[in-house]
Design a protein around this ligand. Structure first.
Ligand SMILES: [Mg+2]
Length: 199
């Protein structure tokens, strides 16, 4: 099974130094970090899952940012389910979740992969994910020192951590179901609408 690389874009492939050299993040990305990412994918056989905010929104193109990243030079393979989501399946409806670590945990809980690494210049990851997290800087993004750590991380499994994510998802789903039952099966937003109507 291929290891998974959770990929941020701004601060990893799109950098301050890249801008200074004329790579504005729209027509081109910082070529050094992109080449390092491509080599990493080739060497480790990892699949990319986009955890960046680039993943969302129709303004990123009809095929999503995956097609854009391809056009901008990313050659590594994407996972079939190639992006995280900003809502938690365990909550049953569109409760927004802005913590990137939770979005990653939810993705892992729903897929069989147990070897993964996270590369991001922001650090809103869960405590148990920190050993799998490689922090870059917006100035120059993905560097050789990061690649070395990522190669090491992608080479071994972390089944205990992933099982913990899965258990949390099951617990969350059970809690959401219990709350639903307590409400007599009435959606939260319907109750809210009824309260508004009653006023
Ligand atoms: Mg970033």
């Amino acid at each position: 099974m291929s290891p998974i690389l959770f990929l941020d874009v701004d601060g990893v492939l799109n950098t301050h130094d890249g801008w200074a050299a004329g790579h504005d993040g729209h027509d081109s990305l910082d070529p050094g970090p992109v080449a390092r990412l491509n080599a990493l994918c080739h060497r480790t056989g990892c699949r990319i899952v986009v955890s960046s905010s680039w993943r969302g929104g129709p303004y990123r193109g009809p095929k999503g940012c995956r097609a854009i990243l391809r056009r901008l030079g990313v050659t590594g393979p994407f996972h079939r389910d190639w992006r995280t989501r900003d809502w938690r399946p365990a909550d049953g409806w569109g409760w927004e979740c802005k913590v990137r670590g939770k979005q990653i945990a939810d993705w892992l809980a729903a897929h069989p992969a147990t070897a993964y690494a996270i590369v991001d210049d922001d650090s809103d990851m869960l405590p148990e994910q920190m050993p799998r997290y490689v922090k870059t800087h917006f100035k120059d993004g993905l560097q050789d020192v990061h690649i070395e750590r990522l190669i090491a991380l992608l080479a071994f499994d972390a089944p205990a951590v992933v099982e913990r994510h899965r258990q949390e998802l099951r617990d969350g789903a059970a809690a959401a179901k219990a709350a639903w039952d307590r409400r007599g099966g009435v959606p939260v937003n319907a109750r809210f609408a009824a309260r508004v109507r009653a006023k």
